[in-house]
Design a protein around this ligand. Sequence first.
Ligand code: XIL
Length: 403
Amino acid sequence: MSARRGVTNSRGAVAPGQMTRREFVRLAGFGAAAGLVPALAGCDSALGNSSWALRSATKTFLSAFQPLKAGAGDKNILFGAAAGQWALQADPAFATQIATHAGLLVPENELKWETVEPQPDTFNFTPGDWLADFATQHGQKFRGHTLVWHQQLPTWAGVGVTGAEAAQQLTNHIAKTVVHYAGRMHSWDVVNEAINPRDGRADYLRNTVWLQTIGPDYIDLAFRTAAAADPAAVLVYNDYGMEYDGSDADARRAGILQLLTRLKAAGTPVHALGIQAHLDPGITSFDAGKLVTFIRAVADLGLKIFITELDVIDQRLPADVATRDSEVAGVYAEFLGAALQDPAVTTVLTWGLSDRYTWLSNFRPRSDGLPVRPLPLDSSFQAKPALYAMLDAFQAAAPRPAS
Ligand code: XIL
């Protein structure tokens, strides 16, 4: 896994746990939705096929500034953000922003398998514990990401073993990690990105090492093991690419709904769907009706919905900062306006908080070399239109029941 380490961030600092952009794009299938038909005619983004940014480009936002967790909290919605230990430690001003805005903290990389269990049955909770303590000190809930994923795995996991041995590795990893944080965890992303219709299976499952060794029930096994280790945590199935219009997203929504339906029918303890929401107005178009219908179908299974990794890829948006920020805000407004219509959507997290620290600097850089601006705060921690768009969306949402 050494190739995945040592990638520099936008400030040139080394960020542990980062993988290369090329590796991520290949594995996660970014770009797969390119060429989709726009939902609205007459739009003229850089690629000529974006519908969702431009609609709100001239919108005036209604909300006065307040911390995002306060705006969301007014409607009993939980707002949180991902951050890494190295940034929080090195940059106290950033730590202050995370403490101010986020009611829920999720480690960006520190609870992934390669960090937590780098060698078989040798566990390292030091980085995760540092973040859990940060959350406690700042009155934040804490969230785990992620127990089972096909990326950021140590090289030995699931390799050269029988099905029974792979199941032993999987359950040992989950049981020991979840027990360690039991009582402190709001929720766990138990399984991440298990659906990939392009792998051609009738059940839409991604052809991972766990599928190959254990079979489709590895997902049930993971959830059952997590539930036994921490009966109080909300157990989440987390995935991407279900936010857009187009045939690729249609297939992903169908696959995810089929998986969740099967898990519920089997009595598998899954409690929520995580919608990553790495939104890309440069390559995709948006159909609010499809998203709303999908969310309701998931909620009808008895699941909550969390928006888990929200950010807006501005790779192909105009260079002009005011125009770009306005279009990014429009994407936040349109997406959250649709998603928050359903009261089952109770939790919203951004992947990062400030443009100073964002994975998109590495994974989706702009061809003109300008810094990316995907998040609600700019790189000087000033509130951007996106932050006001989020506050407006929370304001427009129906109150959720107090939990
Ligand atoms: C990303 C991190 O932000 C990067 O620092 C790391 O190099 C790669 O992973 N979907 C996920 C997250 O579920 O774990 C990914 O996080 C972003 C996409």
